[in-house]
Design a protein around this ligand. Sequence first.
Ligand code: GAL
Length: 673
Amino acid sequence: MLKHQLLLIALSLALSSNVYKAQSTVWLDQLDLSVATQGNGKPGINTSVDGKPLTIANEVFKRGFGTHAESSLLIKLNGKVKKFSALVGLDDEMKGQNPAAEFEIYGDNKKLWSSGIMKLGDKAKPVSISLEGIKQLELVVTDGGNGPYYDHADWADAKFETSDGAKLITFNPIASEPYILTPKPAPAPKINSAGVFGARPGSPFLFRIPATGDRPITFSAKNLPKGLTLDSQTGIITGKVDTEGTYEVVLNAKNTKGSASKKLKIKIGDRIALTPTMGWNSWNCFGHEVSADKVKRASDALIKSGLVNHGWNYINVDDSWQFNRDGKDPSFKGKMRDEDGYILTNSKFPDMKNLADYIHGNGLKMGIYSSPGPWTCGGCAGSYGYEKQDAESYAKWGIDYIKYDWCSYGGVIDGLPDNDPNKVSSLAFNGGGDLDKGVKPFKLMGNLLKQQPRDIVYNLCQYGMGDVWKWGDDVDAQSWRTTNDITDTWASVKNIALAQDKASAFAKPGNWNDPDMLVVGIVGWGNPHQSRLKPDEQYLHISLWSIFSAPLLIGCDLEKLDDFTLNLLTNDEVIAVNQDVLGKQGVCLQTIGELKIYVKDLEDGAKAVVFANFGREKVKMSYRDFKALGISGNQIVRDIWRQKDILKLNTVKGNLVLDIPAHGVAFYKFISK
Ligand code: GAL
């Protein structure tokens, strides 16, 4: 009996000491936080996202994870992790702004806890939850419903209580190995132009025939309208056509390996940009560091890289070619305008006409940027009060495209305060949704552009306010941004992509919804880095922008293109979906969990379909709901990225096996046979 009791006592002592010993704390900051995905910046280890001490409502914390919405950190647990606790809140470093965010915790994909919407200045909110039985934990910060701007979010004092043998591993489930799908172009010629090109009567005409194949190629054309000539060596068509009408031209290209031809409808009339604009813009790449020299080099690189052979043909200068009030660089300073109110360039752009001539000499077109307010978003001279002079300057220089912003117009929407532009903030966004006052400045510039003796494609950049897609055509614009600025994160691309359907019915030849520029390759707004999108996310981004009939503006350094990025930008079948003459925008016709299926009708009667997996799990299924996509009868299914027919499908009896990586796509064309 005694022996028994002693044994029990010994056993319980051993157990309790075991428990005691096994109870330990693992701090979140001891794990690898670099795998977190977040809206901006780098994960802060014991610091805020800006690298400062973690501070919530004046309380400073020594330990924790400083991040930026939208943010996600995944952690594998092995059943020996008992509890998670933290104090969460918005970091004080964004004082003066209005961030809002919600902290959420998921265990095995079920929501375990949420902070509710938190604002700057809210006291740190405690959380303490049991993790018994949970295998995968996710710490999420959402944008709180008002966009991810300034959402610097802290998981302070975040820690786990564990027992012996506990393992915690952070991970990112999205594959990171780049892989190339686009086949290399053949040595024989192939003409890759869209099927239609529009110009106004009497306007200077410039069209470079995009064609792949070994050089030299000799170009020719049948039925070119009167007034146009083709340079047989370069394939550049110039001149002007005075008579309205549709001209059915046949383009030819020949080299030692063979020849090719393609029909091109030249439509001389009122409407231009009959297919979405394709080209390059300086902003996502250089930001304020742009210069005429860099732009010239981008124009050369567009040719050298071969991108021009796939239809890329605009070289657009964004902000910072003008006087810059907010920038420190002395080359931004000087006079803003001459005595007659004509805008002057800053010293990084010594001669705009010369730059445009250079770009035109390459057979390319040139774009520029301004704002209807007195200041652009970057604090440069805007067009307010000088719209007429600016439109005339653009025409005189030879500009073919203008991106017209909103920044600072909010500050003058009811007139210039004290007649002093310096009293207007560069970032005054208010009023853009007003269907009278918010439309007025765009109408004004639209009228002026149309009076110029050249075609200037007009892009509105007011982020979709007042449902711009409903009135953009009335102010003679050809495209308009539908959403806020893109950045090279998954949250940004996903949120922008999911916001496009609402405007889709308004897309048509000469009118395009613009979900913002591409974030592949080396981007960085002046701080160059490889796009933070994973390869599958980049395939999704390009596939969706293609099916959305979005203007395609490359935002990366064209002198540093890697094979993977080139593969994304030179797939002629992907581009053909975007440039299709019918001009429809693909829309989501079916949602299955996190899988969204977008369908676009094409001119040849076929349908382009993007199966986009927005979820973090691979999608593996046998798909047969073709009716939901408006597809019936016998079909050939073609894999657009691989440029290969993959299946003969009977839509009644057959099925399509989908195997789509997390954040990835399958991009197919369904052709009736
Ligand atoms: C933003 C615009 C950006 C870029 C920037 C320049 O409003 O959305 O794409 O043009 O202004 O300051």
